[in-house]
Design a binder for this molecule. Sequence first.
Ligand SMILES: C[S@@+](CC[C@H](N)C(=O)[O-])C[C@H]1O[C@@H](n2cnc3c(N)ncnc32)[C@H](O)[C@@H]1O
Length: 256
Amino acid sequence: MSDPMRPRASLRTAVVWEVLKDALDRKVKAAGSDALDVLDTGGGTGNFAVPVARLGHRVTVVDPSPNALFALERRAAEAGVADRVRGVQGDIHGLFDVVERGGYDAVLCHGVLEYVDDPAEGVRNAVDALRPSGTLSLLAAGLGGAVLARALAGHFTEARQALTDPAGRWGEGDPVPRRFTADQLTELVGKAGVEVGAVHGVRVFADLVPGALVDTEPGALDALLRLEAAAAELPAFHSVATQLHVLGEKQEPGER
Ligand SMILES: C[S@@+](CC[C@H](N)C(=O)[O-])C[C@H]1O[C@@H](n2cnc3c(N)ncnc32)[C@H](O)[C@@H]1O
């Protein structure tokens, strides 16, 4: 997604990018303006922020990591979009210390809820940053994908541990502090005042397939990308996806 010259990377991001790009295109038409105001909370080094800016939108990235923001700045400059990407050091819990409440057409919260102290407050803040009818794009680690991956690697006890652990962690060495089911994520965004438009399973197969199969078989990467896209929309695969993407629209208080 972010760099068509690195096709292997597209396995991680293609599904989310297609869904997000379509949502932003729809928003452009509805808003009657080519350039949207987009907030990327925990946007890191700009995996999504830079491609979104390349579409012509103004992107604010809020992230606590100065190193990530430094890399973001360099990446935006290399992509020729430095004038449309603003990096701000901050935290999703103190979001309105650094950005305007209700100031954005779209808010991205990708790969962040796993790490924050209070996911419900994180989602509420992301939603409060939206203008009325604004678009929320939420991506978080899926519980079932981790269970499947641990089991297929022969770590059966860890797989069972993840299944029963309230945070979905497979053990002390698990680098991810928290994982979610699709139901948990849709409940979080629903409670924050967002109507869910679509849920997609991300990386259903990509992390389970030996890299050599994808890298050496002609056409395999393309076929796998198409398989991922086809499976992403099917609820049956949500429960085994490595990540879950929820797209929604902020409702007015009267609509809730
Ligand atoms: C896995 S990276 C995801 C980066 C980017 N969103 C992406 O999809 O490529 C997680 C990011 O969340 C940031 N982060 C961690 N805790 C955060 C918090 N409390 N508020 C905002 N961002 C946070 C980290 O600094 C890091 O850049």
